[in-house]
Design a protein around this ligand. Structure first.
Ligand code: AMP
Ligand code: MG
Length: 456
């Protein structure tokens, strides 16, 4: 496994004091290795999990050529361009799940329902509504059909012996149904990733504590809880941790013992006089960054060791509020420590850095093969307001993206863009991404937007 210094040395133009957003992602994708332990789960439990190996189709879907419409099946070789075709109707009906076993000679057809197996030798279905009634049969009007129309081919969805789903696929509703369509009752998936999180700062109040001057209620733990849970991760809530070396050490040690990754908020900015940064440094291999972005400039990233220097596990959970939410079992012995993301304290900065950096890193940790495909694409929208923007940093302004009357996208900001204005994340449905080199935006200019509604 590479150390942070090794990763940094391989990265073009790495400057921890002025890191670009894209350099952060490049760094993280080197730092993070996917989990490898696997388990078999039932199809229902596979939702949101990541496939551990390719699934090769044991059967073909559909298993037979079958009808895509309610209508009449016949041999399409009889169709002649520009001519109607009149067919005699045979007795009986081919039903889905109940095959019609007779023989259909040229000049004849048989009634067939959607999903019914195509009778032997037939390849075309004329939908009921296209036909004209004829004496003892039907007429297919001239030009209504081509040979093979309205027939679904054996294996056109999934062919026996071919890969149906690739390892590293994150199983969504469609994949869940696809697995079931193969008749598989269990699915090999990678184990769930566990993430521990806590908030730091002596001014941070836990719910239930009385308000006091200069203190604010903890919001970050709740947004982080929501972000992680939506990603399908196991979470361990370690509460608010006081700015005290022993308490911080115990919290980091416990988190590293129990989790694959640790997310903290607060205490990583430059002017911080607290112990958080010192403790991160002491307990692991950690880099402190200033990212050329807004919001979310300061961030710490690295690995925290689970055990003390002499190889023993450090003692006990931290004091203070702790709300265990499962995951009390230690992770596998001999672990190399947990990934750590030390996010800034400001609530909007937490969410933006999570979306921009932590989410892709966690997807990789989960074993997702194509992380980019799970990242919301940048779309172009017409900006309805002028925006002030300094070149030299990436800005993520909160906006409301909508479809204009002409069908194109438009966006307006949610107003106050302060990094503590969490209501902007509630009101907006996306981020206006103003790139590193970009300057001011005039009304009507096209800007990149990333819709986060439904993603986080
Ligand atoms: P820091 O990064 O620790 O300097 O914090 C920056 C700002 O974010 C300060 O105004 C903090 O009070 C605020 N903050 C830090 N942690 C939290 C939290 N868990 N919930 C709400 N606000 C926070
Ligand atoms: Mg602080």
């Amino acid at each position: 496994m590479k150390t942070l210094d090794q990763i940094a040395a391989e990265l073009q133009g790495y400057d921890p004091q002025a890191l670009s957003a894209s350099a952060v992602n490049a760094f993280l994708s080197e730092l993070v290795a996917p989990v490898t332990e696997r388990e078999n789960v039932s199809v229902f439990d596979a939702l949101g999990r990541v496939l551990a190996e390719d699934i090769v189709s044991p059967i073909s879907v559909p298993p037979h050529d079958n009808s895509a419409m309610d209508g009449y099946a016949f041999d399409g070789a009889q169709l002649r361009a520009g001519q109607p075709l009149t067919l005699r109707m045979l007795e009986g009906t081919a039903f889905a799940g109940k095959a019609w076993t007779g023989t259909v000679a040229p000049g004849a057809c048989v009634k067939i329902m959607t999903g019914a197996i195509m009778p032997a030798g037939l390849d075309t279905v004329v939908p009921q509504e296209l036909t004209l009634a004829a004496d003892g049969g039907i007429t297919v009007p001239a030009g209504a059909l081509q040979r093979g129309d309205n027939r679904r081919l054996l294996g056109e969805d999934l062919m026996a012996g071919r890969p149906a789903l690739r390892a590293g696929t994150r199983i969504g509703p469609a994949a869940l149904g696809l697995i079931a369509s193969l008749g598989l009752a269990t699915v090999p998936v990678l184990r769930r990733v566990r993430v521990a999180y806590f908030s730091t700062g002596d001014e941070i109040l836990s719910l239930g504590e009385a308000p006091r001057e200069g203190a604010v209620y903890d919001s970050n733990r709740y947004t982080v809880y929501g972000l992680l849970t939506r990603l399908g991760l196991e979470v361990i809530d370690l509460g608010v941790v006081r700015d005290d070396p022993a308490t911080l050490e115990a919290a980091f040690r416990q988190a590293a013992r129990q989790a694959d990754a640790i997310i903290t908020s607060g205490g990583v900015s430059v002017g911080e006089a607290d112990h958080t940064k010192a403790m991160m440094k002491k307990l692991g291999d950690v880099a402190f960054w200033r990212i050329a972005m807004r919001p979310g400039r300061p961030m710490a990233v690295g690995r925290i060791q689970a055990s003390t220097g002499d190889g023993r596990f450090a003692a006990g959970p931290p004091q203070g509020e702790s709300v265990p939410m499962g995951g009390s079992e230690p992770r596998a012995a001999g672990s190399v420590g947990a990934l750590m993301f030390g996010l800034p304290g400001n609530p909007v900065a937490v969410m933006v850095t999570f979306l921009a950096f932590v989410r892709p890193a966690l997807l990789k940790l989960m074993g997702v093969a194509d992380v980019a495909a799970h990242t919301p694409p940048l779309l172009k929208a017409r900006c309805l307001e002028p925006l002030r923007k300094k070149p030299g940093r990436t800005e993520y302004q909160r906006g409301t993206v909508s479809t204009a009357a002409d069908g194109t996208l438009q966006v307006r900001t949610t107003g106050n863009q302060g990094s503590g204005v969490l209501s902007s994340m509630v009101e907006g449905n996306g981020l206006i991404v103003l790139h590193h080199a970009q300057g001011n935006v005039a009304v009507g200019d096209a800007v990149d937007v990333m819709v986060f509604d439904g993603v986080i």
